[in-house]
Design a protein around this ligand. Structure first.
Ligand code: CU
Length: 360
């Protein structure tokens, strides 16, 4: 099959022939229909987060089941599915206390004595995030996919696989935004726009989008932001505090920079909660004035929208089909696998919320 291979940091991905193994036991082979290009893929290409090459990146995808392992009972060829990097074992402490997005049990991967899922002339190619969706096929543990309605367009379903799950889930699951509350979202890229939509779905009264790009702020308005703050013209914190008469109840950081993490915390009202979604590069730290915590402000992290994706994703599909979750608007561009490097360039240039790569 054709795949985009990550060979070295800061090198373009190269389109190569890669071998995909046959599904063992609880594995499912999925024909990729669409894969989003997410900012975190770029973090790994740029080496801001480490991942060993050679590898096939990509982790936001939807497709159609082609073949299942002999122990798989919940999926059959022809099923439409969304993949998710939050693969869960189902029986560890994290899974059993209702937090399967934190599962780290390695049993959902292949063991060291098994043949690799991906390879080239017998040499293993690393599978990224247990998904590797920049490829014509994905070989996944069955607990890394969820079945969805067949009337759901697969390019929109792909976005739910990471960015939408992460942003909407941060608002609904991690922060549990209350109806009538005030919200600020730092960063109006794919995940930030999803957090804005999550806040809107939750019934927030005031949703303030903060970004430095005029076009992204305009899009944020279309997707539910009631106010916008252009941070290119100065510190957004006093503007937000003024707008809300004291600060927001909930803030979200969807960029991954220490400075915006600090702003997200500093714009909280007393009792407010800042939720950090962005992937701040490894080793960087943030500084807070500790006194601010005394009036019950909180700072918390969110990974993959605190998802239970088998429950969340079909809900988001329904919300999309009812017109309450906007996904077409988030797809700025469609391309082919060969366009993956240009998708990274466009993302860095701030031209796109999402490029979606389409497969045959
Ligand atoms: Cu992602």
């Amino acid at each position: 099959m054709k795949a985009a291979v990550f060979r070295a940091i800061n090198e373009p991905l190269s389109i190569e022939e890669v071998d995909v193994s046959r599904p063992m036991a609880r594995e499912v082979l999925v024909r990729t229909a669409a894969s989003g290009v997410c900012h975190s893929d770029l973090h790994f290409v740029e080496g801001l987060w480490p991942f060993p090459p050679p590898a096939v990146l990509g982790h936001e995808a939807a497709g159609i089941v082609e073949e299942v392992g002999e122990m798989v009972t919940d999926f059959k060829p022809g099923d439409h599915v969304i993949s998710c990097l939050s693969v869960f074992c189902g029986h560890c402490n994290d899974c059993l206390r209702g937090r399967p997005n934190l599962c780290r049990n390695p049993e959902t991967r292949r063991g060291p004595s098994d043949p690799p899922r991906l390879s080239q002339q017998g040499e293993p190619i690393n599978q990224f995030a247990n998904v590797s969706s920049f490829a014509e096929r994905m070989l996944l543990h069955e607990n890394a996919i969820v079945k969805i309605r067949e009337d759901m367009p697969l390019e929109c379903a792909a976005l739910i696989g990471c960015g939408v799950l992460t942003g909407v889930g941060a608002a609904l699951n991690t922060a549990k935004v209350e109806p009538g509350s005030s919200v600020a979202v730092f960063g109006a890229g794919g995940v930030g726009l999803a957090a804005i939509q999550g806040a809107y779905i939750a019934g927030a009264r005031q949703i303030i989008a903060v970004d430095i790009s005029e076009s992204k702020l305009a899009q944020a308005r279309e997707l539910g932001a009631t106010h916008i703050v252009d941070a290119s013209s100065g510190d957004p914190v006093p503007v937000i505090v003024d707008m809300t008469g004291g600060g927001v109840d909930y803030s979200f950081e969807a960029i991954g920079l220490p400075a915006t993490v600090q702003q997200a915390f500093n714009c909280l009202n007393t009792g407010g909660t800042a939720t950090i979604i962005g992937m701040v590069p490894v080793g960087q730290t943030v500084e807070l004035e500790a006194r601010m915590l005394l009036s019950e402000r909180r700072l918390q992290g969110s990974i993959m929208g605190s998802n239970r994706f088998r429950v969340d994703m079909p809900r988001y599909v329904d919300l999309y089909l009812q017109g309450r979750l906007k996904l077409d608007e988030m797809i700025t561009r469609k391309g082919r696998l060969e366009d993956v490097n240009d998708a990274f360039r466009a993302m860095k240039a701030g031209e796109v919320a999402r490029t979606v790569l389409m497969f045959d």
